[in-house]
Design a protein around this ligand. Structure first.
Ligand SMILES: Nc1nc2c(ncn2[C@@H]2O[C@H](COP(=O)(O)OP(=O)(O)OP(=O)(O)O)[C@@H](O)[C@H]2O)c(=O)[nH]1
Length: 241
C-alpha cells in the first residue's frame, strides 16, 4: 500500500463559503470565532448555519423543521420515561382581518409580538416554534397534567394582554386560540398522531368562539405501578411512581 500524500487544507475558494458568510451577515450573526479557515472558524460556520436553518426568519423561534424533529425526540422520550409531555398548538384569531385592514407588514409585527410572548412565558426547557403563517406550537416536556390548563391559559392571557404598537399613535390587540394534548405515556405512538390530537382541540377552541384554551381530557394513568414493574422487570414499583 502506498502512503498517500496529505491533502492540502481546503481554502475558502474550494469550499465556496462566501454565500454562507453572506447569509450569516444578513441574519445579523456576530463574527465567527478564530482565524478565517481555522478549525474553530469552520466549526463556528457549521454551528451558525445549523442554527440558521433551524430558526424561523421572522420571529427567531424554532421553525417547523426543528419543531418536527423535537416532537419526534420528545415522543420517544415519553415512551421510555413515562414523563408527561404536553403539546400546545396556537393560532392567531382572525388574523386575515389584520392583514386586510392594516397590511402585511403590520401582520408581521403581530406575529412577532405573539412570538415574543411565547418566548417569555415558557420555561427554558420548553420549545416554542412557529410552524406556519400564524400558527405556533409549544412542546412542554415534563408538564404534569394538573398544570396543563394553567400553563396554556397563562400563555393565552399573556397574548390577550399584549398591546401591539403598529404606528406612532396606533395599537392593536391580539388573541390566540389554543389546543393541547398530552403524549401517551409508556406507549409507542407517532408525532403525527400527537399533533392531530392537539389540532382537534385547536379546532374545538376556534369553533367554540376563539380566544380560549381546549385541552384533550387526560385519562388518569392507564398503567398501574405493578404493570410498570412488570414492564421494567423490577419489583420496586415505587421507583416509577
Ligand atoms: N403578515 C403575514 N400574514 C401571513 C403570514 N403567513 C400567513 N399569513 C396570512 O394569515 C392569514 C390566515 O388566515 P386564516 O387561515 O383565514 O385564519 P384567520 O383569519 O386567522 O381566522 P381564524 O384562524 O379562523 O381565527 C392569511 O390571510 C395569510 O395570508 C405571514 O408570514 N405574514
Amino acid at each position: 500500500m502506498t502512503a498517500s500524500a496529505p491533502s492540502p487544507a481546503p481554502d475558502r475558494a474550494t469550499l465556496r463559503v462566501e454565500q454562507a458568510l453572506q447569509l450569516l451577515a444578513q441574519s445579523g450573526h456576530p463574527p465567527l470565532p478564530g482565524a478565517p479557515g481555522s478549525v474553530a472558524w469552520l466549526q463556528g460556520l457549521i454551528d451558525a448555519l445549523c442554527d440558521l436553518s433551524s430558526r424561523d426568519a421572522l420571529t427567531g423561534l424554532a421553525n417547523r423543521r426543528s419543531f418536527e424533529a423535537a416532537l419526534g425526540r420528545e415522543i420517544d422520550r415519553v415512551a421510555r420515561s413515562g414523563e408527561p409531555a404536553l403539546l400546545l398548538l396556537l393560532d392567531i384569531d382572525h388574523f386575515k382581518r389584520v392583514n386586510d385592514s392594516h397590511g402585511h407588514p403590520v401582520g408581521d409585527l403581530v406575529i412577532q409580538a405573539v412570538a415574543e410572548v411565547l418566548r417569555d412565558t415558557v420555561r427554558p426547557m420548553d420549545l416554542p416554534a412557529r410552524i406556519g403563517g400564524e400558527e405556533f406550537a409549544i412542546i412542554l416536556p415534563n408538564c404534569a397534567p394538573a398544570f396543563g390548563e394553567t400553563v396554556a391559559e397563562r400563555v393565552r392571557l399573556k397574548v390577550e394582554s399584549q398591546i401591539v404598537k403598529i404606528g406612532p399613535a396606533q395599537t392593536l390587540g391580539v388573541t390566540v386560540s389554543v389546543g393541547g394534548a398530552y403524549a401517551p405515556q409508556w406507549v409507542r405512538s407517532t408525532a403525527g398522531l400527537w399533533k392531530e390530537r392537539a389540532d382537534l382541540q385547536l379546532y374545538r377552541a376556534k369553533a367554540e368562539g376563539r380566544n380560549r384554551t381546549c385541552l384533550e381530557p387526560t385519562p388518569v394513568s392507564l398503567v398501574s405501578p405493578e404493570e410498570k414493574g412488570l414492564l421494567f422487570g423490577t419489583s420496586n414499583f415505587g421507583e416509577f411512581e
